[in-house]
Design a protein around this ligand. Structure first.
Ligand code: CAA
Length: 296
């Protein structure tokens, strides 16, 4: 099966990135959001990303124009009708995802493939909400989607022969490198990444080092592109908290348990860059570390 038309459910941080990359790779792409307002915000994010790409000389102005011409935004799931693959990237809420998948399953052709960009929920549990569990996979992208080269391809014990190959070829056509993983909470990357970033918060709580020193330590000492606390602010402290809870629920291991400071930051609305405040304060340039976090 060849994928010719792409649908994306959700135009948030991940959904907009996936829709952008698909359209930029030549696929007519339809992205669906619940409201016009959220949709417009997502399309604006894509416009800004492409505009930055043009300013940096990475994207040609005509490529930006062609990408946007291939991209359609909608608030109606029915507009996904003729898509060959639909990738879901809505909030990490299992019941909501199951409901959406059940509805979209009824709209799509029977040979279309459904995929979830979940970071931590069970692909099998979502697939069983549809009548096509054999044509259901996980396709996990990384943030920022247009720049990160990896896609985790998750197959379940129900995935039909040939589907994994089709979606892996699709991922390659987006300029990404696919890796194969089984349907285990967190897959490969978050299984290793989440305990590491949670440990960085624990080190901060225990006074091992300041925010700046922990980040500099891992950046300069290990060659990571950004320190763990900067990364938490990028991915979203709320999102990571949610993922950690799901992983803790599955494995019951302390290394996946969110530290108390993380919970308080989520309660206070300190989600990172998206709310302007996390481990760093983004209202100033360059962002300033919120060192008061550990004193309270
Ligand atoms: N369009 C096109 N290209 C762009 C661009 C744009 N809008 N913005 C930047 N670029 C290019 C730059 O020109 C640059 O290209 P070169 O390497 O050829 O020079 C490259 O992208 C890097 O950009 P910058 O120099 O501006 O920024 P940087 O070097 O600081 O890198 C980063 C930014 C790629 C985000 C890097 O810091 C990084 O890799 N960070 C780690 C991110 C990470 O770990 N993500 C995974 C999070 S976990 C997740 O997402 C999964 C989950 O389930 C939670």
């Amino acid at each position: 099966m060849q994928i010719k038309k792409v649908g994306v459910l959700g135009c948030g941080l991940m959904g907009s990135g996936i829709a952008q990359v698909a359209a930029q790779s030549g696929y007519p792409t339809t992205v669906v959001e619940v409201s016009r307002e959220v949709l417009e915000a997502g399309l604006k994010r894509i416009d800004q990303f492409l505009a930055t790409g043009v300013a940096k000389g990475k994207v040609k102005p005509e490529e930006k124009q062609a990408t946007q011409a291939r991209l359609a935004g909608s608030t109606r799931q029915e507009d996904l009708r003729d898509c060959d693959i639909v990738i879901e990237a809505v909030v990490e809420d299992l019941e909501m995802k199951r409901e959406i998948f059940a509805r979209v399953d009824g709209i799509l052709r029977s040979d279309a493939i459904l995929a979830s960009n979940t970071s931590s929920l069970s692909i099998t549990e979502m697939a069983t909400a549809t009548r096509r569990p054999g044509r259901f996979v996980g396709l996990h992208f990384f943030n920022p989607v247009p720049l990160m080269k990896l896609v985790e391809v998750i197959r379940t014990i129900q995935t039909e022969e040939g589907i994994e190959e089709t979606v892996s070829a699709f991922a390659r056509s987006l300029g990404k490198t696919p890796i194969r993983t089984s349907d285990r909470t967190g897959f490969i990357v978050n299984r290793l990444l989440v305990p590491y970033i949670l440990d960085a918060i624990r080190a901060l709580e225990e006074g091992v080092g300041s925010i700046t020193d922990i980040d500099q330590g891992l950046k300069l000492g290990c060659g990571y592109p950004m320190g763990p606390l900067t990364l938490l602010d990028l991915v979203g402290i709320d999102t990571t908290y949610y993922i950690a809870n799901i992983m803790f629920d599955e494995f019951r291991e302390r290394r996946f348990a969110p530290p108390p400071l993380m919970k308080r930051m989520v309660l206070a609305g300190f989600y990172g860059r998206k709310t302007g405040k996390g481990f760093y304060d983004y209202s100033v340039e360059p962002p300033r570390p919120n060192d008061f976090l550990t004193a309270r």
